[in-house]
Structures are given as structure tokens and as C-alpha cells.
Design a protein around this ligand. Structure first.
Ligand code: NAD
Length: 329
């Protein structure tokens, strides 16, 4: 395998495909944090990506000398990470699963272009429904599963940590708990595995005045937070963009960071050949290891249900998008 370029070893290159509001916010995050040495932006409309590159380079004197430009698929060949934010987004009231057929077609087109360049890095997928598109990218590319990662429930877990942190007046970075399974309506909070300050989350929370009912209400609010934001401002992007930047950093700096992402399961949680949200260790080669949480019975049931929702939508979507030959292979 090609030697990967690391922070300590030289050139690091990220290619963003899909420069809409999510992609653009991700690019800003990469520039703000000086994560890569080179950022290339590919979009359907070149005017948008050229404009964004010109705008973003003006931030670099204040942050880090990241080279940023609008590019083409040829730029993917020697990239470390391809981040895909291309595709239709939810309209007010629309579920993520509704986007499946449209976005699978876009994903197929993009992945074939990228693979044809000889790209040998890591795919990071954000477009929705993210678990299904990540699965499709792995199947279409033929890449090893550890090199294809979805943003999964990274955003949703951040939302849960914020919600609990606000209720208990605790720094959200010190609230350790994840949303699991589909990045979407069948996701759930793995409360039984959470901790705060080394204390089981349930014990801490109940001792500090929150009830189980209130926790379940917070879980529901997290599930619906995207709808709330989309109803108010048309799209969500800062949260997911920062989650994507965090995953990017864990890869480029080989950090072995445990993050909730959409990861390929091969027997974990009793599930096989599926991508869904779970904590995983992220290093320079992508997913080093899936961390299987010891779920309680409510959570286990929710995971099985979520996996079956994803499987059914994957089968329907891939059939309609003409991708049946890639299914369950
Ligand atoms: P948007 O409409 O603002 O941007 C989509 C961009 O994709 C546009 O710039 C469009 O030109 C580009 N595009 C479409 N087809 C393309 C192709 N074939 N090649 C290159 N570029 C192409 O949408 P958005 O709000 O930025 O959302 C993008 C995706 O991210 C959606 O699918 C949305 O649901 C998803 N999203 C994911 C999360 C998450 O947590 N994973 C959060 C928010 C949004």
C-alpha cells in the first residue's frame, strides 16, 4: 500500500466533493484548523467552488498556509482523504431515507470517477442517507471496509452531549455518551454505556435531578433536531462540518481517536454486512477497530430495528438506482 502522507511526513491533501452548505462549512473548518496542507474543492458548478476557494484562501493568513483551490477529479489521485458532501439535502419535513435513490445515483457517478484516478486513500461520506451511501461507496469502490467511513452518528452524538451538558451544567466534552445506529429517525441513545466523570451516566444523571423520562425526551429531541434546524434556516451545516473536520484530523494525525461514525460491521452487535453508527477507533488507515458497546435490552432492540430499516431502504434504493449487482456482496 502507498505510504500515507502524515503530518510528520509531508504533504497532506484533502479533496472535498460537493461544495454546498455542508461542504463549504467543512472547507472553512479545515482552513480554520489548518488541518491539511492542500484542500481541493470539486463541485458540479465550478463557479461556486472557484468562488469558495478564492474566499477561503483569504482566511489563511490568519490561520495556516493551506493551499486551497477548485479542482477536478484528476486531483483525487494522490489525495489522503476524499470527503463527499455532494447530493440532495432534506427539505422541511422530509426524512433522510427519502433521498436514497437520487443520492445513490450521484454517489455511483462520483465514486467511479474517483476510483478511475487510482485514488488509494480514505473515503469520508457525509451525504444522506449516510449509512446507506457509505455502504454503497464501499461496494462500488471495492475498497477495504476500513477505508470507507461515514459521518454516521457523530453529529447526533454531539447533539446528545450538548443537550445533557446543558441540563446538568457540564462541559459537553465531559459528557461521554453516543447516539447509535442509523443517522436518522431510528437512531437511539446508548445511555446504559455513557459516563460522566468516570461515573455511569445513568447514576450521575439520576442523582442530579434528571429522570429517565426526561432522558428519553432528550433522545427524542436529538432525533428531531435536524428537522427543527431545517424548519428554521433551511439546512444544518456547522455541526456536521465540525464533526467531519474532527474525523479528518483523527485520520491525518493518526490519532487513534474513538469517535462515533458509520462503520462496517462484521459480526459486532450480531450484525453483518452493514454500515451503521457505532464508536470506532480512527487512525491513519481509517477504522482501526469497531468498539462494540455492551447495550442493554432496550438499546439492543433499537439497534436491531434500526439495522432492519437500513437494510430494507438499502435494498429498495439500490434496486431503483440500478445498483442491485453491488448489493450484499
Ligand atoms: P446543498 O444542496 O447545499 O449542496 C449539495 C452540493 O452537492 C451542491 O453544491 C451540488 O452542486 C453538489 N453536487 C450535486 N451533485 C454533484 C456531483 N455529481 N458532483 C459534485 N457535486 C455535486 O446540500 P447540503 O445542505 O450541503 O447537504 C449535502 C448533503 O449532506 C445532503 O445529502 C445532506 O442530507 C447531507 N447532510 C449530512 C449530515 C450528516 O450528519 N451526515 C448533516 C447535514 C447534511
Amino acid at each position: 500500500e502507498r505510504k500515507r502522507s502524515m503530518a510528520t511526513e509531508g504533504h497532506q491533501k484533502v479533496v472535498l466533493i460537493g461544495d454546498g452548505v455542508v461542504g463549504s462549512a467543512y472547507a472553512f473548518s479545515v482552513i480554520q484548523q489548518g488541518l491539511a496542507e492542500e484542500l481541493v474543492i470539486i463541485n458540479k458548478s465550478n463557479e461556486r467552488s472557484v468562488g469558495d476557494a478564492l474566499d477561503l484562501e483569504d482566511a489563511t493568513p490568519f490561520t495556516a498556509p493551506v493551499k486551497v483551490k477548485a479542482g477536478s477529479y484528476q486531483d483525487c489521485k494522490d489525495a489522503d482523504i476524499i470527503t463527499i458532501c455532494a447530493g440532495a439535502a432534506q427539505k422541511p419535513g422530509e426524512t433522510r431515507l427519502k433521498l436514497v435513490e437520487r443520492n445513490l445515483k450521484i454517489m455511483k457517478e462520483i465514486v467511479q470517477e474517483v476510483v478511475n484516478t487510482g485514488f488509494n486513500g480514505i473515503f469520508l461520506i457525509a451525504a444522506n442517507p449516510v449509512d446507506i451511501l457509505t455502504y454503497a461507496v464501499q461496494k462500488i469502490s471495492g475498497f477495504p471496509a476500513h477505508k470507507v467511513i461515514g459521518s454516521g452518528t457523530s453529529l447526533d452524538s454531539a447533539r446528545l452531549r450538548v443537550a445533557i451538558g446543558k441540563k446538568l451544567a457540564i462541559d459537553p466534552r465531559d459528557v461521554h455518551v453516543d447516539m447509535l445506529a442509523e443517522h436518522g429517525d431510528s437512531e437511539f441513545a446508548a445511555y446504559s454505556c455513557g459516563t460522566i466523570g468516570g461515573t455511569p451516566l445513568m447514576d450521575y444523571v439520576l442523582a442530579n435531578g434528571l429522570t429517565k423520562q426526561e432522558l428519553l425526551k432528550l433522545e427524542e429531541q436529538v432525533r428531531n433536531k435536524a428537522y427543527e434546524i431545517i424548519n428554521r434556516k433551511g439546512a444544518t451545516y456547522y455541526g456536521v462540518a465540525t464533526a467531519l473536520a474532527r474525523i479528518t484530523k483523527a485520520i491525518l494525525y493518526d490519532q487513534n481517536t474513538v469517535l462515533p461514525v458509520s462503520a462496517y460491521l462484521d459480526g459486532e452487535y450480531g450484525e453483518k454486512d452493514i454500515y451503521l453508527g457505532t464508536p470506532a477507533v480512527i487512525d491513519k488507515d481509517g477504522i482501526q477497530k469497531v468498539v462494540e458497546l455492551p447495550l442493554d435490552s432496550r438499546e439492543q432492540e433499537a439497534l436491531i430495528n434500526s439495522a432492519s430499516v437500513l437494510r430494507e431502504t438499502t435494498a429498495n434504493g439500490m434496486t431503483k438506482a440500478g445498483l442491485l449487482n453491488y448489493l450484499w456482496k
